[in-house]
Design a protein around this ligand. Structure first.
Ligand code: PLP
Length: 375
């Protein structure tokens, strides 16, 4: 039996998503670029999925580009804008708590002469809008601030950031890999120019993602070859996964309110029940502006990695940081940025809930955390 509480790392594919994919892994195997009927069927399926992804964030269909993952979407956004607008300026603003897909893209650009400002966050994990304003100069071409953080779940003031970017005529990108499908997103209302999403965080398979780019914004491609994705991303499309991704977006869109409410209920149940027994717990990140399914806590005196391995023996899956960090012994850059001392960062666990979780499972998790602490 698996008790899965690591939905920020990845999610289980929904049966409806798998069912939607199966025909495109069997009889509908045409290449979407082929002109005969099974090719045209494949093309139609991709365009149908594009419409569904667009609807999730209230974008237009022709503003969605399929990619292989959230990391590719982030890389394309950062580097695609940097190279396209380098004649206008070489300055990019981001934050210290971004995912490595953003941070490493920025580091790569630094080696090529770009200047990057990494904004601080406060103890709740939120960027300071005054610092953002003050960082802007006449060479700033892009602001990229994540919608919600993958470790502590904090949600940034996206609309305010978008407004600041717009008032300075700067492109605004947001990494919404953790936010999409969990909280409502409206790129038009919120003033977002570019946005990254990943399939496997919203019950679609691993290996598919999308980048939203507002109509009229130019960006350089980094995959050369065929003319797929309106000549912006070469390579034969990942047909079945794109279809599954579309289905997952459709389900997420139709169910977002209930999903959000249920995850919040599970999260609040977990923390309140745990705190009844364990007093030495510190919640990391804002409780007010937080993803519904995210809880990140430091348990005083506990080695989070040892706890994780002990829970694993019972079939319980949690995380000590972002999945991409596992194996690293240095404290997470996110927890360090919100001011945690090394010991508190090393005693931090991330528990992220999904629709499959139940309160009974949470009771089992709490029982085993408490047992370990006592031991
Ligand atoms: N951005 C954020 C905020 C993430 O949480 C992740 C994955 O954990 C990514 C980007 C990368 O997404 P992918 O795993 O699809 O490359």
């Amino acid at each position: 039996m698996i008790y899965y509480f690591d939905n920020a790392a990845t999610t289980k594919i929904k049966p409806e998503v798998l069912n939607a994919m199966i025909p495109y892994l069997s009889k509908e195997y045409g290449n979407p670029s082929s002109l005969y009927s099974i090719g045209r069927n494949a093309k139609r399926a991709i365009e149908d999925a594009r419409e569904k992804v667009a609807k999730l964030i209230n974008a237009n269909k022709n503003e969605i580009y399929f990619t292989s993952c959230g990391s590719e979407s982030d890389n394309t956004a950062i580097k695609g804008i940097a190279y396209r607008y380098k004649g206008k300026g070489n300055h990019i603003i981001t934050s210290k708590i971004e995912h490595h897909a953003i941070l490493e893209s920025c580091k790569d650009l630094e080696k090529k002469g770009f200047k990057i400002t990494y904004l601080n966050v406060n103890e709740n994990g939120i960027v300071d809008l005054n610092e953002l304003e003050e960082s802007i100069n006449d060479k700033t071409i892009l602001i990229s601030i994540m919608f919600a953080n993958n470790e502590i779940g904090t949600i940034q003031p996206i609309e305010k950031i978008a407004k600041i970017a717009k008032s300075h005529n700067i492109i605004f990108h947001t990494d919404a890999v953790q936010a999409a499908g969990n909280i409502p997103i409206d790129v038009k209302d919120m003033g977002i120019d570019m946005l990254s999403i990943s399939g496997h965080k919203i019950n679609a398979p691993k290996g598919v993602g999308a980048l939203y780019v507002k109509q009229g914004i130019e960006f350089d491609k980094f995959m050369n070859g065929g003319h797929q994705e309106r000549n912006k991303r070469a390579g034969t499309e990942n047909l079945a996964e794109i279809v599954g991704f579309g289905k997952a977006c459709e389900i997420a869109k139709n169910n977002i309110e209930n999903h959000n409410k249920y995850l919040k209920e599970l999260r609040d149940y977990f923390i309140s029940e745990l705190m009844k027994t364990e007093k030495n717990i510190k919640i990391n990140g804002s409780m007010k502006n937080r993803l519904p399914g995210n809880m990140n806590i430091s348990i005083k005196g506990v080695d989070a990695t040892k706890l994780l391995l002990e829970l694993d023996k019972k079939g319980i899956c949690i995380s000590t940081g972002s999945a991409c960090n596992s194996g690293e012994t240095t404290p997470s850059h996110v927890l360090t940025a919100i001011g945690l001392k090394s010991d508190d960062a090393k005693s931090a666990i991330r528990v992220t809930f999904g629709e499959n979780n139940t309160k009974e499972e949470i009771d089992f998790l709490i029982e085993n955390i408490c047992k370990y602490i006592k031991k």
